[in-house]
Design a protein around this ligand. Sequence first.
Ligand SMILES: Nc1ncnc2c1ncn2[C@@H]1O[C@H](COP(=O)(O)OP(=O)(O)O)[C@@H](O)[C@H]1O
Ligand SMILES: [Mg+2]
Length: 76
Amino acid sequence: MIEVRDEGPGIAPDERDRVFHRFTRGERAVGGGTGLGLAIARWVVDLHGGRIAVVDGPTTNGHPGCRIRVTLPGRS
Ligand SMILES: Nc1ncnc2c1ncn2[C@@H]1O[C@H](COP(=O)(O)OP(=O)(O)O)[C@@H](O)[C@H]1O
Ligand SMILES: [Mg+2]
């Protein structure tokens, strides 16, 4: 299991599935992104038989932050 976490605004619970779709950006997205980053990440993880999701985590300095968890299957 790998988690990547930051201290930004986080991703609202009702957007946590949508943001993995191609060209889909969240309500609070800033800047000129493409909405492809998380879609590509899910594509790669799926090809490895794993899972990727936004998960809840503790707040840091009052910010919810964003925590993304990748779970990959073990060697069989
Ligand atoms: N670290 C993050 N913190 C908050 N929101 C994020 C984060 N990463 C992604 N998101 C949300 O998910 C959406 C999709 O992300 P992504 O696929 O990387 O595309 P992009 O960065 O081009 O918008 C973003 O538009 C944003 O709403
Ligand atoms: Mg991005």
